[in-house]
Design a binder for this molecule. Structure first.
Ligand code: FES
Ligand code: FES
Length: 212
């Protein structure tokens, strides 16, 4: 392969990427393209949910993940797309109070649900206690994983309050302790490539203590 071939391939690749991005953001265009080449058009559905206390109704391709519905359709970009495969936790949000990887679930499965993203936990003037604790304990560096970490941390403390056991809970008959081992295990699905783990645990411990 000479350098010209390489240039053409790269140009072709960029064009293809641009088309893919446009299609991802535009379900009606997707529908037209699918029918133009004889494929089946996407199945659309009206999805209604409450997001950060506000009712939202969207017309969505039924294959749209909750993560893409939040980011691409509601423009709530605080929730991050890391791996898009359920492996990093960057997309964690609270659905009816329970933490969930929003990249692994379809929006249409949450008809009528109450969804809370990082934008709905607190405001810059009135931070949620977990947000304030992350700031106080330097629970982040680049901040990319932080919205997911904070939503997950809120969900973890709620799980412990509800006596939901984890893999390391020694005695299923007694209350789970808010210890470091328990917190680390429950937060193990939230990856931080900056390595802010110790500070995140300190922040969670403080919030748990203040509520004890
Ligand atoms: Fe959902 Fe990584 S983006 S788990
Ligand atoms: Fe950078 Fe966690 S703060 S990835």
């Amino acid at each position: 392969m000479d350098s010209n071939d390489l240039q053409v391939s790269r140009r072709g690749f960029l064009k293809l990427s641009a088309v893919s991005a446009t299609v991802a953001a535009s379900p009606p265009l997707l529908a037209k393209m699918a029918t133009a080449d004889g494929g089946r058009p996407p199945v659309m559905a009206q999805v209604a949910m409450e997001v950060n206390g506000k009712p939202q109704t969207l017309e969505l391709d039924t294959r749209t993940t909750l993560l893409d519905a939040l980011r691409e359709h509601m423009h709530l970009t605080g929730t991050k797309k890391g791996c898009d495969h359920g492996q990093c936790g960057a997309c964690t949000v609270l659905v009816d109070g329970r933490r969930i990887n929003s990249c692994l679930t379809l929006a249409v499965m949450h008809q009528g649900a109450k969804v809370t993203t990082i934008e709905g936990l607190g405001t810059p003037d009135k931070l949620h206690p977990m947000q304030a604790a992350f700031v106080k304990h330097d629970g982040y560096q680049c901040g990319y994983c932080t919205p997911g970490q904070i939503c997950s941390a809120v969900g973890v403390l709620d799980e412990i309050r509800r006596d939901v056991p984890s893999h390391v809970t020694a005695d299923l008959g007694s209350k789970a302790a808010v210890g470091e081992v328990e917190l680390r295990e429950r937060m193990s699905g939230n990856i931080c490539r900056c390595g802010a783990y110790s500070n995140i645990i300190e922040a969670m411990t403080e919030v748990a203590g203040s509520k004890a």
